[in-house]
Write a protein that binds this ligand. Structure first.
Ligand SMILES: C[S@@+](CC[C@H](N)C(=O)[O-])C[C@H]1O[C@@H](n2cnc3c(N)ncnc32)[C@H](O)[C@@H]1O
Length: 214
């Protein structure tokens, strides 16, 4: 038994968590590992944010962890550019949410850059952001993060080592993949030297990163 399998017993998963994990297995849709999902829940609980934003709804495993752990007045905007996954989420998961969960969530089928440009125009600020989208985009998200967050905001970023590729010297991957790895490396360099954020690494799976706005 590996740690992830053990955690399924340790946590006593609720019905929605079981449903999302089963749907992910059936449809081969990537979701956060359980260990990361629960770390995300803990961070949300401790931060107790009011205005949350998520890039990469998928079928909603991370979304559900955020919703479960924010207070009843807090709000989460979650986006995904993959319409099929949004459909899977609404047809299978969202309809099982109770009214309290539904009230906290807005989902938009939008690309992150388009959506964040709108937020910038509206001068929208968030105190919690979770990112689990295309890794090569992280580098280009940085300036948005600076402008869309208030002081002490927490940003949690998944897959920060890009499947451990950021610290390996030799890889036999396509040029496009290596370009992605280099962009994640550039993003890490940016956050490591940032005057806007404190940077914390969480060694779960291939790593999560937490940025705290100064
Ligand atoms: C790994 S999945 C998210 C899994 C989800 N966080 C969970 O735990 O269930 C990544 C998602 O990010 C979405 N995505 C990637 N790049 C995006 C972008 N630029 N804008 C919006 N969504 C994006 C993909 O369509 C995909 O559904």
């Amino acid at each position: 038994m590996n740690v992830e399998e053990y955690l399924e017993k340790f946590y006593k998963l609720d019905d929605l968590e079981k449903l999302i994990i089963n749907l992910a297995n059936e449809t081969k849709t990537p979701i956060l590992t359980l260990s990361k999902a629960k770390i995300l829940g803990l961070l949300v609980k401790l931060k107790n944010p009011s205005n949350c934003f998520e890039i990469g709804l998928g079928i909603g495993f991370s979304t559900y962890q955020i919703l479960k752990n924010i207070n009843e007045n807090a709000r989460l905007i979650s986006i995904d550019k993959n319409f099929h996954r949004i459909e899977l989420f609404f047809e299978n998961i969202y309809k099982k949410f109770d009214l309290k969960l539904k009230k906290k969530l807005s989902v938009y089928p939008l690309d992150a850059f388009y959506c964040m440009d709108i937020f910038l125009n509206l001068n929208q600020k968030f105190d919690f952001i979770f990112i689990d989208s295309q890794k090569r985009d992280y580098f280009y998200f940085y300036d948005y993060f600076v402008n869309l967050t208030e002081k002490d905001a927490l940003i949690v970023i998944d897959n920060i080592t890009y499947n451990m590729q950021t610290f390996k010297e030799v890889t036999k991957r396509s040029e496009k993949y290596m370009e992605g790895v280099n962009l994640v490396k550039k993003f890490i360099n940016k956050i490591s030297n940032s005057e806007h954020f404190l940077n914390f690494f969480i060694p779960a799976g291939d790593g999560m990163c937490c940025l705290v706005k100064l």
